[in-house]
Design a protein around this ligand. Structure first.
Ligand code: 13P
Length: 252
């Protein structure tokens, strides 16, 4: 049985103090009622070391939202995979569409980041997804297959065990316009097929594929009910404890 996961992506939100308060609220909520899925929060770098202490010994996993494509050295302002790992974090999000679009992260850059993250013992939540024009042109499968091939196909099956995929249609991110459960399932099944073609059926069956894009307590249950949807990567709704808990509860 592959892992069910609900992961939050805080993006560039919350002061250190606000982040600690949110993590403590979540910790209390999940201590009161053990979740039926893995729970991860991915936060700005500035929160990581403090939140590693807050989440230690709890069910909450912790991750960064990015890491550098270089190992170490004179790269002012960058944070390396090994530095992320040294905070106590276990995950890193890579390939988010905001990083691809606003910071020009190419497939080559993402491949370098992916290998550094895995080499440093981090689990990677790797994002893929098409923009609106690509979906309107019926090219979503082609686009996503290329994103998978360009950044992931040179991994070994062993490395793939530390990768979780997140399908995030760019037109659904922060727009309030969620993909329908059928659209999500169609794409997730397609992604699993592409990964099976490269890594074999058993490896693809073990791979968790999360949906991301305007996921909320009111639509999570329907989306997560689909056979190839293994959870969600949650932006806006992960910033409020009750909403994030509501999405976690979709696995009840
Ligand atoms: P929203 O849930 O705010 O649409 O963001 C999704 C996302 O980008 C998660 O990585």
């Amino acid at each position: 049985m592959r892992k069910k996961i609900v992961a939050g992506n805080w993006k560039m939100n919350l002061s250190l103090q606000e982040g600690v308060a949110l993590a403590n609220d979540l910790k209390a909520a999940l201590a009161a009622e053990t979740p039926n899925c893995d729970v991860v929060i991915c936060t700005p770098f500035i929160h990581l070391a403090t939140l590693a202490a807050v989440t230690e010994g709890t069910v909450i996993g912790l991750g960064a939202e990015n890491c550098a494509d270089k190992e170490k050295g004179a790269y002012t302002g960058e944070v390396s995979a090994s530095q992320v790992k040294s905070t106590g974090a276990q995950y890193v999000i890579l390939g988010h569409s905001e990083r691809r679009a606003y910071y020009h992260e190419t497939a080559e850059i993402l491949k370098a980041k992916l290998h550094l993250a895995l080499d440093n013992g981090l689990k990677v939540i790797f994002c893929i997804g098409e923009v609106l024009e690509e979906r309107e042109a019926g090219k979503q499968n082609e686009v996503v297959a290329r994103q998978l091939a360009d950044s992931l196909f040179d991994l070994t099956a062993e490395q793939l065990k530390n990768v979780v995929l997140a399908y995030e249609p760019v037109w659904a991110i922060g727009t309030g316009k969620t993909a329908t459960a059928e659209q999500a399932e169609d794409m997730h099944a397609f992604i699993r097929g592409v990964m099976a073609g490269r890594f074999g059926e058993p490896a693809a069956e073990e791979l968790s594929i999360l949906y991301g894009g305007s996921c909320k307590p009111s639509n999570a249950k329907e989306i997560f009910s689909k056979p190839d949807v293994d959870g969600g990567l949650i932006g806006g709704a992960s910033l409020k404890c009750a909403d994030f808990k509501g999405i976690i509860d979709a696995w009840k």
